[in-house]
Design a protein around this ligand. Sequence first.
Ligand SMILES: *Cc1c(COP(=O)(O)O)cnc(C)c1O
Length: 222
Amino acid sequence: MATIADNLQAIRKRIGAATLLAVSKGQSVERIREAIAAGQEAFGENYVQEALEKMALLPSGLQWHLIGPLQSNKTRAVAERFHWVQTVASEKIARRLSEQRPEGLPPLNVLVQINASGEGTKSGISSREAPSLCNEIVKLKNLRLRGLMAIPEPGAPRSRFREVRMLFDALKPKFGFDTLSMGMSDDLERAISEGATMVRVGTAIFGPRTKKSNAGMTELQP
Ligand SMILES: *Cc1c(COP(=O)(O)O)cnc(C)c1O
């Protein structure tokens, strides 16, 4: 059976120069340690509480990305502990993250989440709304706007990825974007060939997730 180290190596080959974010939601601290031992340093989590529990058990110096929806009552913990938030979709959340980012830490890296699914999810804003939100975010002194993130629905056609890439290209000169985060285990080649610079990969690295993503909590119990 392929180990986590084997999976990481195979995926790094498939994605070329793109950045690999290892999505560790629903994976145990033990499995994350295996990925770290294989050289992986950037991890994505969807749930704030689960992420905080894992951070407490793992070495410092890792880079943590929030890739799940963020509610305003969780922004403080995120501003204090994460390095990236990929799911910014409102000025209110952006403002809170900037205000709550502790002095002495570098600016929090953020991506604006674009709703790229035909119907499906409600997360993210439309392409049309993106320029004005980006304009607001760049005024916030403790945030650093790095680009866009999207979650095309499973089986989404190439055109869905391409539309996000075209928006990215259009806004890039003005905002200095360097990161387009799209692509997961099942669509990473498609995303890369349509211009993704970062892919978020969970199951293809770690195997199936444990139920409802409680891996961190289980390990904390005596
Ligand atoms: C869970 C998740 C991923 C990883 O999905 P896999 O299919 O396991 O690779 C990537 N991005 C987001 C936003 C996710 O919620």
